[in-house]
Design a protein. Structure first.
Length: 356
């Protein structure tokens, strides 16, 4: 009996060791460890990167991620990193397709990569969703993204801006804009500001106050510089480059922001490959506005007029019509028409506005 008990104990110990070995080999632990290494190598704030990497390694060693995979693992790791960094740009992603190899920072895209970028931008309309002319000579531009700058993008943005260039007021809708290239933002705002207006600075990696690594300015563009009142619509969905565009306008006092506080992501970066199916977006720079000397990270861009997102357009439109009604030279027929329109706006939906 004693011998049988001893043998049972040996088998139990060997089995436990096998289970422990299998746990240590759990692929989720490797993904967590590699994500930490990527953060330590590139994240804009080195001290926060070290803290986040330490947390991931500690959790992995404790088996916190064992058995997780796919989207569930990506979501869990992202949430854990954000408890340290509080950066909404940091994001682990899972892809069922095999991830492409990493490309060096600032590497020139290959012809195939450029062709793919152009195709994606074209399919997305270069971020442009709608250009409209509303009764009362109010222009409207809905921009959902700021794709990488290119000659084609310049033509699209220039055409959209010039289509509303002679409006008495312009509404720029960024409520569904998730961001993109600072150079593309500068191209659009070049139609609303004088050339060489300083829009934004970016500083590189470091915990203190690193020097400026790059800056964006407006440029001379085809068509007139638009001087009409500008109303910029924002929402809690507005993020990253969409926020920068709104923040630039607000800092320069070029327009009125209407809607809800934005998402709060001001640190641009790029995607790093972890393995065949996992990657991580890592911010490597931070914005620093030349006027405020700070940015909107974590806090979001706050509107000048705080209203629900589905009331932002009608609020801006009503302000433009109110300005017309204050014009003492307005003829009686036009005044009657604008007064009738104004009485409807408080209850109209966006769709009803576009149907006018």
């Amino acid at each position: 009996m004693t011998r049988l008990l001893a043998l049972a104990l040996v088998f139990a110990l060997l089995g436990g060791a096998g289970i422990a070995a299998r746990a240590a080999d759990d692929p989720a632990r490797t993904v967590a460890s590699t994500a930490g290494e990527k953060l330590e190598a590139a994240y804009v704030y080195p001290s926060r990167a070290r803290e986040a990497a330490t947390l991931l390694r500690r959790n992995a060693a404790a088996g916190a991620y064992d058995g997780l995979g796919g989207e569930a693992l990506a979501t869990r790791l992202t949430a854990d990193i954000r408890t340290i960094q509080h950066d909404k740009h940091v994001n682990l992603r899972y892809s069922a397709e095999v991830n492409p190899p990493d490309t060096p920072d600032n590497a020139t895209p290959s012809p195939a990569q450029r062709a793919a970028q152009v195709q994606r931008a074209r399919q997305g309309g270069y971020g442009l969703a709608r250009v409209a002319h509303l009764p009362g000579n109010v222009g409207y531009i809905d921009v959902r993204a700021f794709p990488g700058a290119s000659e084609e993008l310049n033509q699209v943005f220039d055409s959209a801006a010039n289509a509303v260039a002679f409006s008495d007021a312009v509404v720029l809708d960024l409520r569904r804009n998730h961001g993109g290239s600072p150079d593309s933002i500068a191209r659009l705002l070049s139609h609303f500001l004088p050339p060489k207006t300083h829009l934004n600075d970016f500083v590189g990696r470091g915990d203190g106050e690193p020097p400026i690594s790059e800056s964006t300015f407006t440029e001379a563009v085809p068509g007139p510089v638009i001087t009409a009142p500008l109303y910029v619509l924002i929402s809690n969905e507005t993020f990253s480059g969409g926020e920068e565009c709104a923040y630039d306008v607000q800092g320069l006092k070029r327009g009125t922001l209407i809607g809800a506080t934005t998402g709060g992501g001001a640190n641009p970066g790029g995607t790093r490959r972890i393995d065949d199916h996992f990657s991580i977006f890592i911010p490597t720079e931070r914005a620093r506005n030349p006027i405020t000397k700070t940015n909107w990270e974590g806090a979001g861009v706050k509107p000048d007029i705080d209203v629900a997102r589905d009331r932002a357009l009608t609020t801006a439109y009503a302000m433009a019509i109110d300005a017309k009604l204050r014009d003492t030279s307005l003829n009686p027929g036009a005044r009657a028409a604008y007064t009738q329109l104004r009485t409807k706006l408080d209850t109209m939906t966006d769709a009803e506005v576009f149907a006018l």
